[in-house]
Design a protein. Sequence first.
Length: 248
Amino acid sequence: MAKKKKCPECPPVGAPEYMLTYGDMMTLLVTFFVLLISFSSVQESKFNQAMGSLKGAMGVLRTDAGAFILKQRVPKYSEGAGALEYELQKVLEEIENITEKQGTHEMINFTKSEDRINFNISNPMLFGSGQAVLRKDASGLLEKISSILKLFPYEIKVEGHTDNIPIHTAAFPSNWELSSARALAVVRKFVSYGVSPARFQAIGYGEFRPIATNDTSTGRAINRRVEISVSLKPEKNGSLLNDFEYEF
């Protein structure tokens, strides 16, 4: 009589036991990442709101008369913004308060790009006509701007600009000398407030880089300015002639 063959042991019904643990773990991970994404979205929206306020803060519009006017007041600090953005926004609010008290808020423009922060200041805020000595009431404004410059460790450019009306004095034979002297006066003031002198470039462009027409008094007023630009990134060093050698 033939022996009965043993029936092979049937595998357990359903998924292996380790899959239950694995499934629970994956569910928890998915839940965790969903929470992270939701939190990051909230923070990003707050950050964008704060940075949007910086881009609009002290921005300018042109009126028909060509005057600078503020787009909006600087909103209060947003909880989602970082410490650096908070400090920048706080100082911009202080600058706005100063210029409003002086009645000069129409004469300053703040802009921010990806790699630079720029201030465009109308010359009458800083200097008398044909002069390169800073006005006494310019000190408060420049001190506040210097605190912004200290937030970033990179290069700062200070540019002097004039309109196209010639100047011929013993001190300033041309607009080049006048614009250069004004740029240097601003740089020296920033250095007196503790900004490292090694970071500065002082440049005088005279009348050769206008941003408005010189055919009208309004346009000429816009062209008479000092521009302060601070880099938000390290400058790329290098030259097309780095490897160039010549022997006599």
